[in-house]
Design a binder for this molecule. Structure first.
Ligand code: SAH
Length: 200
């Protein structure tokens, strides 16, 4: 049975009643590396931003960032964090499958743990949605769980070939490298892919 959109929204809303496994209370270290390597530039969109740690890390370093998430509970938490830290991040409830609604173009889009939540069908829509708001030459930087993570907790595992095939048209894949996605579970780090992809 395919999950309806309402079911998906409800399950993420419910996850934010507590502390979901991906909620580590700081930015994912892969994004700190990307930032220090100068890979993040211009106007930044954080898709599926959750409670905003990655977005706020960038705001603190002077970037203009918009964070969007389908779960209003996550966006409320992100706004509260921004307010408490005195930071100007803009957080909006928005479906990542309809990003053109934002009416903006971004230089960089970061994705920490969103790509791997989509079904095959939704993934195609997501890639089109990304394309509609990424500037030509703009970068999509994404971390997702990889097939090297044994079955068990969490979202679907993504193969390198699946990433290549999702972005085979209209994009250049700069690299897909092995990475670690941090969680608050006992096994803190899980096998992931970090992908850097440019819109042609
Ligand atoms: N980036 C955050 C959250 C990762 S979990 C972090 O690293 O902590 C995936 C997030 O994507 C959740 O917050 C979930 O609510 C959001 N999400 C799931 N489907 C979405 C969609 N279609 N559009 C926007 N956000 C979505």
């Amino acid at each position: 049975m395919t999950a309806t959109r309402a079911n998906i929204v409800n399950s993420f809303e419910a996850a934010y009643d507590g502390t979901p496994a991906w909620e580590i209370g700081r930015t994912q270290k892969e994004f700190t590396y990307l930032e220090s390597a100068g890979e993040i530039q211009g106007l930044v969109l954080d898709v599926g931003c959750g409670t905003g740690e990655n977005a706020l890390y960038l705001v603190e370093r002077g970037y203009d960032v918009i964070g969007i998430d389908i779960a209003s509970a996550a966006i409320s938490k992100a706004r509260k964090k921004a307010w408490k830290r005195g930071l100007h991040g803009l957080f909006l409830v928005q479906d990542a499958l309809d990003l053109q609604n934002l009416g903006l173009k971004f230089d960089t889009i970061i994705d920490s743990g969103l790509f791997h939540v989509f079904s095959d069908e939704a993934r195609k829509k997501f890639v089109k949605s990304l394309e509609s708001v990424l500037r030509i030459g703009g970068m999509y930087l994404m971390i997702c769980l990889s097939e090297h993570e044994p079955p068990g907790w969490g979202p679907r595992r993504i193969t390198q070939a699946e990433i290549e095939s999702a972005f085979c048209d209209g994009f250049r894949i700069n690299y897909i490298r092995k990475a670690w996605f941090e969680t608050n579970l006992e096994q803190c780090e899980v096998h992931a892919w970090l992908a850097s992809i440019t819109k042609l």
